[in-house]
Design a protein around this ligand. Sequence first.
Ligand code: F6R
Length: 239
Amino acid sequence: MKILIKNNDEKMSKEAAKIIINQINIKSNSVIGFATGGTPLGLYKELIIAYNEDNLDFTQMITFNLDEYVGLPKSHEQSYNKFMWDNLFNHINVKKENVNIPDGMVSDPEGFCKEYEKKIEEVGGIDIQILGIGRNGHIAFNEPGSEFDSRTRVVRLTEETIKDNSIFFEDIHDVPTKAITMGLGTIMEARKIILLARGNNKSDAINKLLNGLVTKEAPATVLKNHKNVTIIIDKEAAE
Ligand code: F6R
């Protein structure tokens, strides 16, 4: 694992953006796995700058998002679909048909998840997967206890995750209790992984990832078994 400690969010975001931009420059039809949440927002701003100022072309890029709440329509303020369009996709020239985000409203979630996996396989797998990390060590919505070989599936969110995410909802009871998430097995098949973390509330999870044993109780520790992981964190998360 390569570990980069940066002074602030802007420097972290620029470093991560450099890797993604380089990938798109080398292979225009790269398959990029995107994450939502507060952490990658700066990175998405940098990608928008690369599009506006350096004419970076995203028309061939294929995207797969990590997760989505079950029960939220795409138009919902807090859906991850809306998050991605508002914060990145609407501001670059990605093609709508190349964007893949789990749909939390499907009537057959199991069938949908199988199809999602098949689509990733059909485009040749994910070139770079961007990840954040939960305070409990989750990656995507693979909560503690998730199997290392898990695939895209419906999961139940832990109380801790519901509480953390409730800041984005009017009432904690509005936070969905289930989500569709790529599995740890799915994520581990990405050829390259970038994990971003900032703030001292992530330092415990980062400590376990860097210094702890590989255990299902801290799902991110599975990344120790991956050959090409870059961890970009700020000073607070590194404490
Ligand atoms: C989001 C996701 C989550 C977040 C994690 C950190 O797609 O998969 O695992 O990356 O919960 O969220 P933030 O960045 O808001 O601290």
